[in-house]
Ligand binder design. Structure first.
Ligand SMILES: [Zn+2]
Ligand SMILES: [Zn+2]
Length: 93
């Protein structure tokens, strides 16, 4: 077994991949773009949440328990993360 610091996530679509975090709204909203705000605090970790989560994040002033409960992070693979970025980013025109 490789002693990688990061445990790979087993994606049903993409197999063993690098884990990434999105909020539950990204998974729950299939048709509507809910926004895609990337957390750049730790460039090592892929992490993003939607516009609604960003509002709570700003109101709470950080990664508080209330924020975590609202956000309810879900682990996806890096490919799925990129796909969600495409789907949920608000594209101009
Ligand atoms: Zn969200
Ligand atoms: Zn995937």
């Amino acid at each position: 077994m490789a002693s990688d610091a990061k445990t790979p996530v087993k994606c049903g679509t993409h197999g063993d991949r690098v884990p990434a975090l999105v909020c539950r709204h990204h998974l729950e909203s299939k048709d509507q773009a809910v926004g895609f705000v990337e957390n750049s605090a730790d460039p090592e970790d892929l992490q993003a949440w939607c516009d609604a989560c960003e509002q709570v994040f700003l109101a709470e002033g950080g990664l508080t328990e209330a924020f975590r409960q609202f956000n309810d992070f879900r682990v996806v693979c890096d490919f799925c993360y990129a796909a969600m970025r495409d789907r949920h980013s608000h594209l101009e025109g």
